[in-house]
Write a protein that binds this ligand. Structure first.
Ligand code: CA
Length: 389
């Protein structure tokens, strides 16, 4: 069996409203899908993390750098392909966009492998530890409005996310430590007595500012404090984890087993959040997962992007062993973006319908069981939204 085509599809549209997190405001949604064809007629789909112009640049890496290296290779030789590409890209970037590009290619090869074996991805990995996963909703994005307006909106949105059936709600911060504590108090009161909340700083704080917010979060009973400081600041993570009672999470901006080895050995994370569409795909995710569990660090995948990414993550969450095990284990959660996302809700010929599942099944989402990823993108939708033609 041979790889005969490798193609990127970059899709985009204007969001109905501008949204923000601690680093920027944005008004476009982008998705980067990778489609790999074979001489057997089997097609695989993958996705690369990276919005906007990053997606267009990653398309260049997929089609101009990786495609010539792997055309004619056996798509079932996922690990051989991975190392061939990584070893040749090593001198040009062991992190960042080359790995994001390789991730989409690797995921597509796993999709092909599952289809050839007539096995769903989670079965190919080793089987499902669970047939559904609880989902938490993130929203409460920043806007160009006053702190008081944020406070009122965040309280309502937090309650609304739990009303939708999600098991917990995650908020953004980034207006400055004093204002951010007010936003966190609003969310704590919005979910009070009904569910947990988490706080995502997208690495906007210095360590002292993160301690200021983190100490307030301890009092409010927040579940986790995500990316409090810059991913490069390993000392900051370690000091925060040692000094705060709230769990410190992060890792979505880390890549491959060597990057993850460093942050795990540094002991700065209570919860690891690997991003499969960025760190090197499923092949590398499984190695990172093993490393996390070798350090007894629980994993809650970072999930972003289209229905391809969400589906891949559903399989990975199903196939994730409990750590350390028991009759009432802590389960991995599916991260779900509650803001407008047509590429997740409308991309597939048979949509995942996650919001309906969450509302109907106590916050839980079922695991697809068709071969490979088990989903089919709608080609009309891809044609309608592509921005890379
Ligand atoms: Ca995050």
């Amino acid at each position: 069996m041979k790889i005969t085509s490798v193609q990127s599809h970059v899709l985009g549209y204007e969001l109905p409203e501008e949204l923000g997190y601690s680093q920027q405001y944005y008004s476009r949604r982008t998705a980067h899908l990778v489609e790999i064809g074979t001489d057997d007629g089997v097609t695989g789909w993958g996705e690369c993390f990276g919005p906007g112009n990053i997606a267009l640049a990653n398309k260049g890496i997929v089609e101009k750098v990786i495609r010539p290296l792997i055309l004619g290779d056996d798509p079932l030789d996922r690990d051989v392909v991975w190392h061939k590409v990584y070893n040749l890209l090593r001198d040009h970037g062991q992190k960042g966009m080359p790995l994001q590009a390789l991730s989409g290619v690797d995921i597509a090869l796993w999709d092909i492998s599952g289809k050839v074996a007539s096995l769903p991805l989670h079965k190919l990995i080793g089987g499902a530890h669970r047939t559904s996963v609880p989902a938490y909703g993130y929203g409460m994005m920043l806007k160009r409005e006053s702190v008081d307006d944020h406070v009122a909106r965040f309280r309502d949105e937090a309650a609304g996310i739990l009303d939708m059936g999600f098991v917990a709600a995650k908020m953004k911060v980034g207006l400055g430590p004093e204002a951010d504590v007010k936003l966190c108090e609003a969310v704590a009161s919005g979910v009070e007595g009904r569910g947990r909340f988490m706080v995502d700083a997208n690495h906007c704080y210095t360590t002292p500012d993160a301690f200021h917010v983190g100490r307030a979060l301890e009092e409010m009973g927040a579940y986790w404090f995500e990316e409090p400081v810059a991913p490069e600041d390993l000392d900051g993570y370690r000091e925060l984890r040692a000094g705060l009672k709230v769990s410190i999470s992060g890792g979505e901006a880390e890549f491959n087993r060597w990057g993850w080895r460093q942050i795990l050995e540094n002991r700065g994370l209570d919860i690891a959040q690997p991003e499969v569409c960025a760190l090197g795909g499923i092949s590398e995710y499984l190695r990172v997962l093993a490393l996390c569990h070798a350090h007894h660090t629980p994993v809650v995948n970072h999930v972003w992007g289209s229905a391809i990414s969400v589906t891949a993550n559903l399989h990975l969450l199903a196939a994730m062993p409990t750590l350390p095990g028991g009759i009432a284990p802590r389960e991995p959660w599916l991260e779900f973006d509650t803001t407008h996302n047509a590429f997740r809700d409308d991309l597939l010929t048979e949509p995942l319908d996650i919001q309906r599942q969450v509302a109907a099944n106590g916050g839980r989402v079922g695991i697809p069981d068709g071969p490979g990823l088990g989903v089919e993108p709608d080609r009309d939708m891809i044609a309608r939204y592509r921005i890379d033609a």
